[in-house]
Design a protein around this ligand. Structure first.
Ligand code: BG6
Length: 510
């Protein structure tokens, strides 16, 4: 991640340098991710002049598309009023397409020739960024074939990098096996395991907030913090992804990756530098400090749920078991709540509560840091005294911002105390953000900065946290699914998890 100090006037101006010459080879080029996120992000980079002058995208997929069809398919998602003719032409003429079967070795010899042609025409100097936006079963085979075809060799001063999408394995063993397979071909510094949560502005801002402000760090520990809540709530169901989702479930889909990113950024120590391994080392230490859950813990500290029919945005919606691609007897969870403890000096005794689910009451992702109450409640007899502890809320989406609640005197002759907020909203201060979140990640791959990507050990450590839960849940299938109605805040067991600790989930207005 390029660092640049900004003031209010200059903060939205592009400030980085354009990346060096390269071809981005996009496996899975006809897929959803390419259309919805990757191409719009590349186009935003083009408009910000952060793409290399000598650049091309080679889309690879099994679909039988002409170059024209490919160009219009992937650019169909770009907002037309926003094209900016010059950037538009510049970008679209750099899009190429190759129809290919990922499993066929001949594909890769064809790619060698195509890429050599593009290098000659576009002066891309043999630097290739392979982006695997494919089904996970292709990750290892593609990397192996790239190796056999000599496409992963970094020699004669050119670089070769591979971006791997999630899911990276489906448990700790499969993640280790995948790491072994790809590391048999690639060096660790050629591998970019992507987690799109790290592309979100507010997620990156957690580090700036914590480590560039002197006032928070002294209270960021067990002496002042009572507990932390991380909520990721979606209103969508499984949409067209029922087939994948029914084999994965929310625990695998969200927790070892996105939820762990949020947790590590909140819990990590200050890195000694803002270089990739400085940051990732501290994140990995947090993951290793999470107290392993034994079977008994899983029973008491984890909750799973599955939505039944209900509503979303005021409209009736079906239950999970009747979604396309989902088994009518499915026992797959669409909601998870977990209580985790971190065994280190900073966090001993401070629980981290996580909850994430689909078809919840509101789309909302936030981290709330709940501080301890005052040691002595001076105003406890005042009317309206809400006895609320201070809460710092980092809102990730859809609203991006930070707010701090504190007690204040309600105006009037009688002493009354209420809770008020100091709040910062990104869009009010910096203007609306048209970025997809992938811009920074793609740019970083091109400039070779892996700070915002997962190292092998981090991915494995994330799985290590959830593996015991997967095992116990598999051994004890849920008895009462579906157990929450679409459009609510999840099963009542999630509330009970908090109530057992005399706490409650922060109320999020629906
Ligand atoms: C993806 C999951 O990684 O993240 C999806 O596979 C989930 O199931 C999505 O909906 C959430 O991402 P965001 O950016 O919308 O919070």
């Amino acid at each position: 991640m390029a660092t640049v100090a900004a003031n209010r006037e200059q903060e939205t101006q592009p400030t980085g340098k354009a990346a060096g010459p390269c071809v981005m080879v996009l496996f899975g080029a006809a897929g959803d991710l390419t259309k919805r996120k990757l191409v719009p992000a590349l186009f935003n980079l083009a408009k910000a002049k952060l793409l290399p002058r000598n650049f091309a995208v080679l889309g690879v997929s099994v679909d039988d598309l002409s170059l024209e069809q490919f160009r219009s398919q992937v650019t169909g998602f770009l907002p037309s009023e926003d094209h900016g003719i010059e950037a538009w032409e510049w970008f679209t003429e750099r899009l190429y397409y190759e129809r290919a079967d990922f499993a066929d070795p001949n594909t890769y010899s064809t790619l060698v020739d195509r890429l050599a042609d593009i290098d000659r025409g576009r002066h891309t100097e043999g630097n290739y960024l392979f982006y695997l936006a494919t089904a996970p079963k292709f990750f290892a085979p593609i990397v192996q074939q790239l190796g056999k075809a000599g496409l992963s060799n970094q020699e004669n001063e050119h670089w070769r990098r591979v971006v791997i999408e999630k899911p990276f394995g489906h448990d700790v063993e499969s993640a280790k096996a995948l790491n072994r397979e790809i590391k048999a071909v690639l060096q660790e510094n050629q591998i970019y395991r992507i987690d799109h949560y790290l592309g979100k502005e507010t997620v990156q801002n957690i580090m700036v907030f914590r480590f560039d402000n002197a006032i928070f760090e002294p209270i960021w520990n067990r002496r002042y913090i009572d507990h932390v809540q991380i909520t990721n709530a979606e209103t969508v169901g499984v949409e067209q992804r029922g087939g994948y989702f029914d084999t994965a479930g929310t625990l695998r889909d969200m927790v070892p990756n996105h939820m762990m990113q949020l947790l590590t950024l909140i819990a990590m120590e200050s890195p000694i530098s803002f270089h990739a391994d400085g940051v990732r080392h501290e994140q990995a230490k947090v993951l290793h400090s999470i107290q392993p859950l034994d079977s008994e813990d899983v029973l008491h500290r984890s909750v799973r749920g599955q939505y039944g029919q209900g509503s979303a945005d005021g409209e009736p919606v079906p239950g999970y078991r009747t979604e396309p691609g989902v088994s009518p007897e499915s026992r797959t969870e669409t909601f998870v709540a977990l209580k985790l403890n971190i065994d280190n000096w900073r966090w001993a005794g401070v629980p981290f509560y996580l909850r994430t689910g689909k078809r919840l009451a509101k789309r909302h992702t936030e981290i709330s840091i709940q501080f301890k109450r005052t040691p002595f409640e001076l105003f406890r007899h005042a009317p309206h005294h809400q006895m609320q502890a201070n809460t710092l809320v980092i809102q990730i989406q859809p609203v991006e911002g930070i707010s701090l609640s504190f007690g204040a005197k309600i105006p009037g002759a009688v002493l009354r105390v209420g809770s008020v907020d100091m709040s910062f909203e990104y869009s009010r201060y910096f203007g609306a953000d048209a970025y997809t979140g992938y811009e920074v990640l793609l740019y970083d791959c091109m400039i070779g900065d892996p700070t915002l990507f997962q190292r092998a050990d981090m991915v494995e450590a994330g799985w290590t946290v959830v593996d015991p839960v997967l095992d116990v849940w598999k051994a004890l299938p849920p008895r009462r699914f579906p157990n929450y109605a679409a459009g609510t805040w999840g099963p009542k067991e999630a509330d009970e998890l908090m109530e057992r600790d005399q706490r409650q989930w922060r109320k999020i207005d629906s």
